[in-house]
Design a protein around this ligand. Structure first.
Ligand code: PEP
Ligand code: MN
Length: 675
């Protein structure tokens, strides 16, 4: 069912529409309209099955023009719903009320929150078209200094911070909404309310007589409103809402009214909406977002890594962290050989080794444990390299501390568990350990950032993030999907935390390492963690993805390292330009490959649509796709208009491709016209 509302998703109209129309088996589709007139027109012209329209508010009064719209478009009122309106001040995260210079809000919201606005004279108030629409715009355009006045649902939907809650002058702030449609409800015993209008002559007492007749028929008036008649100055239409106990009373009252008035119109008979204010206030309270510490409220004050990770004797490229070592420390000899060979490359900052191994299935090699820490300690003494070990609990952290480990890392399986992350943060607190956090197995940016928040709250400042790919369930020749947009968003959100890539666990196979490593560097990774083993094919864990230290050296030398900022000392400007252009070329090649892959999927969908005789254009799906792309685009700081234009273009190409498929011969030999 398609319902027209004034405003956008997340608005009070949206909530009212869902409350009234949505059922478990009939999901609701919104038609967002900028004005009430457009709403009425959408219902009238059958672009929507029904509409939901605010008609009066307990603090701001009636919305008179809407009565006129119902009349002009000859709409039927099929029901009503009351909603408690709770207004909040919403803005981009990380701001306070003092940062807000302008509030943009609907005139109704401004009236309802006038006392709050008066208490904050530094905030300029600008009238705007709708409450949630402003919230959406602030979020999409990343407008700082501007706030919206809207509900909790809008805050959640558009990911805005609530700077102040419950701004309404009086908590008993309710809006009545009318459900409107082209055809009236049938009158039956369920109906106990009607909305009607009429005119009366100027004869003395004619209105009073009409109203008195309602009393005689035991009709209760819930609303009376006079509306000027267009083009007839000082003539009024009387609009009434009435309720009754017995349906025959209503029929009799209408008959009587018809005789005493003229131009009587019944806009609809319906079931009165629930409006017990107390009950509404408590039982129907809108869900509040759970109180949580906002990411931006926890400052993650990471040290520059150069301040705590030693430089190798022959760095491969200035300002990149290189970490290498075996997946697992297996024996003392293997650990020592790996350390010596990796150290002799001269370009590796940190030696890694797994000491406790998280295995998916029980019974595999679960790591050498504390014994392995002793091997690593001796390898460190022999090579002078810093060492890093994966930890999953407080005991592991203690053991590492006792054996001179410099850096611990939280593995992908552990990052996904906030209890464990908290335990590790508490154990590291007050020590000199550095902590690296791999992304969680699931593509969940918040969980990853959450781990850094826990460490930051424990006062840990030696921090590194490791991108190791995600389990997405998609079939691929890589072990874990890189989903590059997530590390890119991570860098947007936590720009001071150095982010490196672990191509070993993304690839799961050594022949892919170079291309994934290169791509990560092109996209701005600040270094690499690569598994390296003296005899990789014999490795006890992750044999397929490890490579010898010699092959590691070749791989590192073959990569194109972009000069990072302020690299003027080691690279001329020209070299830097060349490096950047090379990176652009590689990104463009990848881009074209992705376009081709997308079009292949489009063709498969086209075949499916042809087989099932579905329309090529699925507006709801397209709308959803566009919304999601715009939202991700916004998070990646891409211009919304640019993203929209690009996807419109892509969509056009997809439609063209699918039209050709659908209109080609169908299975049973008929032609199906593409719609
Ligand atoms: C590892 O680095 O050996 C490891 C187990 O990695 P991840 O946590 O990324 O799976
Ligand atoms: Mn491994």
């Amino acid at each position: 069912m398609k319902v027209a509302i004034q405003g956008v998703a997340g608005s009070f109209h949206d909530i009212a529409a869902r409350r009234f129309f949505e059922t478990a088996d009939a999901p609701l589709q919104l038609l967002e309209c900028e004005t009430f007139e457009q709403l009425a027109d959408a219902v009238d012209s059958k672009r929507a099955d029904a509409g939901m329209m605010a008609i009066e508010n307990t603090l701001a009064g009636s919305i008179l023009p809407n009565y006129a719209l119902i009349q002009t478009y000859n709409l039927s009122v099929i029901g009503e719903t009351y909603l408690q309106i709770r207004h909040n001040l919403l803005a981009l995260r990380g701001q306070t009320i003092d940062d807000i210079q302008t509030v943009e809000a609907h005139p109704m919201a401004i009236i309802q929150c006038s006392e709050f606005l008066n208490r904050h004279p530094h905030i300029r108030v600008v009238e705007a078209f709708d409450t949630a629409g402003i919230a959406k715009k602030i979020s999409a355009e990343k407008r700082r200094g501007v706030a919206a006045i809207a509900g909790y649902t809008a805050a959640e939907l558009y990911d805005l911070e609530i700077l102040a809650e419950r701004l309404e002058n009086n908590p008993k702030n309710f809006t009545r909404f009318l459900a409107v449609s082209r055809t009236p409800n049938p009158i039956d015993d369920l109906c106990n309310k009607a909305s009607v209008s009429f005119r009366v002559s100027h004869a003395r007492g004619s209105l009073a007589d009409a109203l008195l007749s309602l009393k005689q028929h035991h009709i209760n008036l819930t609303k009376i409103q006079s509306l000027p008649v267009l083009g007839m100055p000082y003539e009024y239409t009387i609009h009434l809402d009435m309720t009754w106990e017995e349906l025959p009373d209503y029929h009799a009252a209408i008959k009587d009214l018809a005789e005493r008035t003229f131009e009587l119109r019944v806009f609809g008979t319906y079931q009165a909406g629930e409006k017990n204010m107390e009950a509404l206030g408590r039982a129907r309270e809108l869900p509040k977002p759970k109180p949580r510490l906002q990411p931006t409220t926890i400052h993650i004050d990471a040290l520059p890594w150069q301040a705590w990770i030693a430089a190798p004797p022959r760095p491969i490229a200035k300002d990149y962290i290189i970490i290498a070592g075996p997946c697992s420390a297996e024996t003392e000899k293997q650990t020592r050989d790996a350390a010596m060979q990796i150290s002799s490359l001269g370009c590796v900052n940190v030696l890694r080794a797994g000491i406790w191994k998280p295995r998916t299935r029980a019974g595999g090699f679960e790591g050498a444990g504390v014994e392995g820490l002793k091997w690593l300690q001796r390898a460190k003494a022999a090579t002078g390299m810093m060492t890093a070990v994966e930890v999953a609990n407080a005991q592991h952290v203690e053991d590492c501390l006792r054996h001179g480990v410099d850096i611990v890392w939280i593995g992908a399986r552990t990052t996904g568990n906030p209890f464990s992350v908290q335990e590790i943060a508490d154990a590291v607190k007050g020590t000199t350990l550095g902590v690296m956090v791999k992304n969680p197995i699931s593509p969940d940016l918040e969980l990853w950032i959450g781990a850094f928040e826990r460490l930051a709250l424990a006062g840990v400042r030696k921090l590194v993030a490791i991108h190791r790919g995600f389990a997405t369930g998609e079939k691929s020749d890589l072990r874990n999907a890189p989903t590059w947009s997530i590390p890119m968003q991570f860098r947007e959100r936590l720009p001071h935390v150095p982010l490196i890539c672990d191509p070993s666990h993304i690839c799961g196979r050594r022949d892919k390492l170079a291309s994934v490593a290169q791509k990560s560097l092109d996209l701005g990774a600040g270094g690499l963690m690569i598994e390296s083993h003296p005899t990789p094919d014999e490795a006890w864990t992750d044999a397929k993805q490890q490579l010898t230290p010699r092959a590691l050296g070749d791989l590192l030398n073959a990569l194109s390292w972009q000069a990072q900022q302020d690299d003027a000392l080691s690279n001329s400007d020209l070299n830097r330009l060349e490096a950047l252009r090379g990176a652009i070329d590689r990104v463009d090649e990848e881009f074209l490959e992705l376009l081709a892959a997308r079009l292949n999927l489009v063709r498969d969908i086209g075949e499916y649509k042809r087989h099932h005789q579905l329309d090529v254009l699925q507006p709801a799906r397209w709308k959803e796709v566009m919304e999601r792309r715009l939202s991700l685009g916004g998070k990646l700081r891409l211009d919304a208009a640019f993203v929209a234009e690009m996807f419109e273009r892509l969509h056009g190409e997809s439609l063209k491709t699918q039209m050709a498929i659908v209109s080609s011969e169908t299975l049973d030999g008929q032609m199906v016209a593409a719609k």
